[in-house]
Structures are given as C-alpha cells and as structure tokens.
Design a protein around this ligand. Structure first.
Ligand code: GRF
Length: 202
C-alpha cells in the first residue's frame, strides 16, 4: 500500500548538501515525504542542479530583484502557493524572513543550525562564524539543531539535535565538515518525525 507522504518545499541559497540528503531519503518509497519544489534566492546555487537532476521543479526568487523583504517574500509565497506544501524546509537558506512570513508558516517551517542551540545562535551566527564561536568558547562538543522557525532567529522549538566532538586541532573548516555530515542525518530524521505527527493526526 502506498504510504501517505507530506509535501515539502526546500529553500536554499548554496551547495544544497542538506537538500541532497532529503532528495536521497525521498527516493526511498517508504520515506514519508516528497519534495514538490526547491526555491533558491541565488540564481547559480549548486542545489538547483541537484534538484533538476532529481526531476524536482525549481524556482529562483532573487532578493536583489525586489525592492524590499516584503516584496521578496511575497514572491516566495507565490511560488509556494503553486503547490500544497505541508512543510517548508530551510536548508542553508541565507535570508532572514520577516515575522509576517514566518507567522504564516508557524509550526510548518523548520531550519537547520550547525550548533547546539541555544548556544551559538542568533543574527550573524551562520556559516563559519558559528564554528569559530564554538572553538573560541573552548566547547568540547558541537552539533546540529533542527528547529521550528519563529520570528526570533534560531529560537524556535528544537525538534532534534545530534552531537559531534570538538577535536584537538580542529579548525572552523574541519568542525564544519563534521557537523555537516550529522546535519544530513538529522534533517532527514526531523522530516520523518514531522511526517509521523501528520500521519497520527490524519
Ligand atoms: C549548513 O551547515 C547549514 O546549517 C548552514 O549552511 C550549511 C548549508 O549547507 N546554514 P548546504 O547548502 O545544505 O550544503
């Protein structure tokens, strides 16, 4: 019997390795989700190639083409409205969304953050800044947090975390690499958790 799948939109800005993890998971008929659309705010993001290769519709909504955040977000909303999306997955999406947009997707939008929130989160805490902060703090471990998105950056309810050790001699780069591997596992698992919540409700 075919299983009930939740419908995802994945928003990206770059390489899209988390997107790839989701694409690979969704290729399994037993995985309870499918990706309906990938939206990028960067026209040459490599993630777009990954989506095309997997036969997933893509849209480019470049923030530079819009007069402000509201207009940019209205264009994203327009793309999302073409599908019946259950869950928006921010996966390396490098724009902060306004409360107006976030509130519309309350409980239906998640993000990955490459540290153990509530540590090392918030505005400006992205990419290598996060890993540098972890090293500067002398933390013995870091990891990934998959969390619901609320207007306060990186402060939404945490769905799950996976931990990695910080090793002697680690650089922001080596730590980022170790964390990213765990992000892929965590994202796939978090989407499964949400799909299971949906199935129980149905
Ligand atoms: C991830 O580490 C994510 O947490 C951060 O940017 C990276 C995105 O990687 N915000 P990718 O585009 O999924 O490869």
């Amino acid at each position: 019997m075919a299983i009930d799948k939740i419908h995802l939109a994945v928003l990206i800005s770059g390489s899209g390795s988390n997107l790839q993890a989701l694409i690979d998971a969704c290729a399994n008929p037993d995985y309870p989700a499918q990706i309906d659309v990938v939206i990028s705010n960067v026209s040459d993001a490599f993630g777009l190639e990954r989506a095309k290769k997997a036969g997933i519709p893509t849209a480019i909504v470049d923030h530079k083409d819009y007069s402000g955040r509201e207009a940019f977000e209205a264009a994203i909303a327009e793309e999302l409205a073409k599908y019946k999306i259950d869950l928006v997955c921010l996966a390396g999406f490098m724009r902060i969304l306004t409360p107006g947009f976030v509130d519309k997707w309350e409980g239906k939008m998640i993000n990955t953050h490459p540290a153990l929130l509530p540590k090392h989160g918030g505005k400006g805490m992205h990419g290598e800044h996060v890993h540098k902060a972890v090293l500067a703090a002398g933390d013995s471990e870091s990891g990934v947090s998959i969390h619901y998105v609320i207007p306060e950056v990186d402060r939404g309810e945490i769905l799950l975390q996976r931990r990695v050790a910080v090793k002697p001699g680690d650089t922001a780069e080596s730590l980022a690499k170790r964390v990213l591997t765990e992000e892929h596992v965590a994202y796939v698992e978090a989407v499964r958790m949400i799909a299971e919540i949906h199935q129980k409700r149905a």
